[in-house]
Design a protein around this ligand. Structure first.
Ligand code: CU
Length: 168
């Protein structure tokens, strides 16, 4: 019954079928804010919280933290006096250093890495130390301003070398 109706609709009533799916989309969109997102497999899995280690007077670190919050991450800020020491202790090689080091689940995230890259990392789950955007490229999340430059997000592999994870 269901199948024959569907194939009938597909064959003879394309416009009607499109309309139905549009209505369904609208219904789902309206329903989703109240739904428990972590229970939806695949798309809506709960994001791990992000522990950010930064110096107390780092403004762009806070701006980056806000970028993560806007993208659904819970962020916990930790002020440290010696950021390179914290980076070393956490296990991010110093040559990829920027202004802050963060821990996200099993991974480290160095510098102004876009939230979308972190989400992709968590989804793809590679064997890696984590991600890094070394230095602080203008235009990266938390470094917005008049100027922006192209930059790469690096995947830091377990041996401490790097491959390009994403171009921006
Ligand atoms: Cu910064």
């Amino acid at each position: 019954m269901k199948t024959s109706k569907a194939s009938f609709a597909k064959t003879y009533l394309p416009t009607h079928t499109m309309l139905r799916s549009m209505v369904l989309c609208a219904v789902l969109a309206a329903a989703s804010p109240g739904m428990a997102q972590p229970l939806q497999p695949g798309s809506g899995q709960a994001l791990p919280s992000v522990d950010v280690y930064k110096s107390p007077d780092c403004g762009c670190c806070k701006a980056w933290a806000e970028h993560l919050q806007k993208n659904g991450f819970k962020v916990i800020l930790h002020d440290v006096d010696d950021v390179p020491a914290a980076r070393k202790k956490l296990g991010m090689p110093n040559r990829f250093g920027a202004c802050h080091t963060a821990r996200v689940g099993q991974y480290l995230v160095e510098g102004h890495v876009p939230a979308a890259d972190i989400k992709r990392l968590l989804k793809e789950h590679p064997a890696a130390i984590g991600l890094a955007v070394p230095s602080m490229p203008p235009g990266s999340p938390g470094m917005e301003g008049e100027r922006s430059v192209p930059y790469d997000t690096l995947l830091i592999t377990p041996d401490g070398s790097a491959t390009v994870f994403a171009h921006h």
